[in-house]
Design a protein around this ligand. Sequence first.
Ligand SMILES: [Fe+2]
Length: 360
Amino acid sequence: MTARYRIIPYSISEVKPGMEIGRMVLTQDDKVILSEGTILTESMIEGLRFWEIHSVFIKELSPSAEPALDFSIPETPLQKKFYAEYDKTVSNLKAYFDKMRFFKDVPLAMLRELANSSVEPLINANGVLNHIHMVRRQDDYTFHHSVNVAIISGVLGKWLGYTGTKLRDLILAGLLHDIGKTQIPLDILNKPGKLTEDEMEVMRLHTTRGYQLIRDVPGIPRGVVYGVFQHHERFDGSGYPLGVQGDKIHEYAKIIAVADIYDAMTSDRVYHRKVSPFTVVEMLVEEMFNKLDPEIGSVFLNNVRDYFVGNIVELSDGRQAEVIYLGQFMASRPIIVTENNEYIDLERRKSLSITKIVKA
Ligand SMILES: [Fe+2]
């Protein structure tokens, strides 16, 4: 017979070292302090008092044959609301994109509505970038990716001071950036393995195809058209389709490029493993020096760093730890505190590294 567990709320005065956390513990502003499954130590209990957490959920063996509680609901109400709205946005976008594949007709009003009523509220959600990272996405990559890029572009736009129509247009451009993929044959788009050089060529056509699809749509903002057309152009001229550089690239396209790279790197993809955002930040720093607009890139990096503080990560020795401080660069080597309360500066302890995020 398998053991049955239950999850019981305990007040902080009652918890003891050795008890197991049954549901993750969050601060007021939604940062994770302890993840589910953590075994409490004296100093962690101290920490909980410090954070003014008054009660926690403890997982314990059920003494009787009471029905086991469902452990699959660690989401906070805030996260639940976010995921529900997010999933709805993804399936709406999928429906519009599927239609465009066959009818080549862009439902601008509906897409605008999606950007304004569904995506814009998401970018204002607390901890939005963490939520995106925790979203499970097995299939429908293009649609998840489009919604993510719209959200990340919007967040970055806000950090750059965008408001009102300008912000909404940027979000719309993010949502539509890969619209040209509706014109790429499905066997190439969904090919499970690596693409051949010829297939890559076809895939690269998606920026031009997207441009052709939307340029004559009545009422479409020019910035949106350029955002779509130029999102693979790079600051140093190494991008496509035209290889233009610097100021010749529209600002929306430069913002979308940052969002696109960040999301692609942090996603599960067919051929590369999901990379921790810590590593992605480091890779972005490298890209930033030549391929991305340095100003936009540094605004992104400076702000995104705040998101990582409070993340629970797994270390290369298997232990879990919380990120407590990130330096200016080398984001993959922050200062952490482990579950057994050891403070480690990963910048100095090169033998250890972060392998993944357990809870964001
Ligand atoms: Fe693209």
